[in-house]
Design a protein around this ligand. Sequence first.
Ligand code: AHG
Ligand code: MN
Ligand code: MN
Length: 313
Amino acid sequence: MTNEPGSTPFQVDLRRHLREREEDRDLTRVISELATASRYIIHSIRTGELGVAGTSNLYGESQLKLDVLADRIIRKRMTHTGVIASIASEEEAEVQVIDPNGKYSIAYDPLDGSSLVDVNLAVGTIVGIYKGNDVLKPGREMVAALYILYGPRCTLVYSTGNGTHEFAMNALMEYTLVQEDIKVAEHGNIYAPGGTRNKYSPAVEAFVSHLEDRGSKLRYSGGFVPDINQVLIKGEGVFLYPYLSDLPKGKLRLLYELNPMAFLLEQAGGAASNGRQRILDIVPEGIDHREPVFIGSKADVAKVEDLINTLES
Ligand code: AHG
Ligand code: MN
Ligand code: MN
């Protein structure tokens, strides 16, 4: 269901989309409250107001770092739902218990790439949603995942396991459907290589050379959310933040960054691997567990797995 160009905008908003697909009411509340949190976050990004926007400033700071503020806003909205058991934030060293009897828990990166705001590049919020109070489970046990991209447009992409769908924030700061059931092609013509190439292993180096020989174009902003969003919305390509000679587990966090994106890309027919194993099958060793990642077009991900298996086993 998409708006045909030139047609009367048939505005399906996020809450209606969830209701029409008969999603669990409490899960709908969590997703809707995250959408509400994004209104405060985008206001702070756009205006630079880092004060108490959307959150009680417990410690009296007049100015907060943007990612700390985003974390506070999300935590406040999650508490407001009344259905959250615990939250694991990239900004906190420990899992925070909200209500031991809560129905859902979240693992999230309140503002990924926050340092990019100073150079006016796009940043985002990434969330994985689990049933119950334990987030230290393989990502395949998530019930939903979403990200919000604060770019020239503010967009929200979510999946509850029934396809991956994109929404855009309108003038009233509501999210209306742009496209549903997004699909990523087997092969892509763009690639986003994280890290530094002189620290790539022979297999990863061979993979990037293979992509370039095939005519793939380099598209890398340094922001995980916009870089992944480009692969998803263009419907092709691969993002990689590989293991490096001085970072054997790569840089990105399994719980806050990789699992939610892996869930969304797999729901769009893509793949996500650490080079040897499906991201969503990895058992987290702790909330700050890091993994290398190759994510996007299925055949491209299979290609790098094959090179790693052949050249580095
Ligand atoms: P965060 O700002 O939450 O620490 O995450 C930043 C990550 C991610 O956005 C991006 O893919 C990666 O850092 C880029 O790292 P490099 O600057 O090493 O390329
Ligand atoms: Mn991050
Ligand atoms: Mn972050």
